[in-house]
Design a protein around this ligand. Sequence first.
Ligand SMILES: [Zn+2]
Ligand SMILES: [Zn+2]
Length: 239
Amino acid sequence: MCRNKILKSAGQKMKCPNCGSEINNNLKISEIFSFKAQIPNYICDLCRSQLQPLAGRDNCPRCHKPNIGTICSDCLMWENKYQIINCHQALFEYNQFIHSYFKLYKRYGDVLLARLFYQDIKKWSLKHSFDVVTYIPASPSHLQARGFDPVYELYKDIFELKELLAKRDADKPQAQKNRLERLQTPQTFYPLPELKQIQKNQSILILDDIYTTGRTLMHSHEIFKRAGFSNISTFSLSR
Ligand SMILES: [Zn+2]
Ligand SMILES: [Zn+2]
């Protein structure tokens, strides 16, 4: 009975929300007989082939920057300037495919794209455990313009998200800033009252969508550090 159910769901045809191609969800024989819960896949093979996974690429041990093999200069800068030891992981290198994906998802507001990476993020979540998981919130003006919070939507079905940070509206959108301007952007986050209810010995994971200079996650890291937390990790889909 259980096996019939699995075979039936394996035969369903689904379309990739990114390109419209049919998704191949046929299970391998070994998977059918393992009776393990299958993690749904929402990305087609063609889209997946354009991803550059970061795992096992001689990454910076602190931020997952690929092909560095040592602690990168950005991470050393964060340590020297803010006494923050970065502890970041990411899944995919930022490339043209990721760029186009986020353009469709964020700029054109296609909220259905939130689940494209569900399987990858879910697999990562099953290998790591944290007491509290929170996320980088959208600023009020972005939230109003888009009608949804892209980071929240990306992770809400995978983690039990707590809303602990809020973001002030910035003077200039991040996308319009050069690298130096981004690094020099002052703190735009502030803690919500709910943060006070969390015990300081809890491990914290802060989620974001893209890690560029690391500034956004470092500033959110700083809020938790100032509040007395010491076990703080960060994660982004892309880096
Ligand atoms: Zn696709
Ligand atoms: Zn680094």
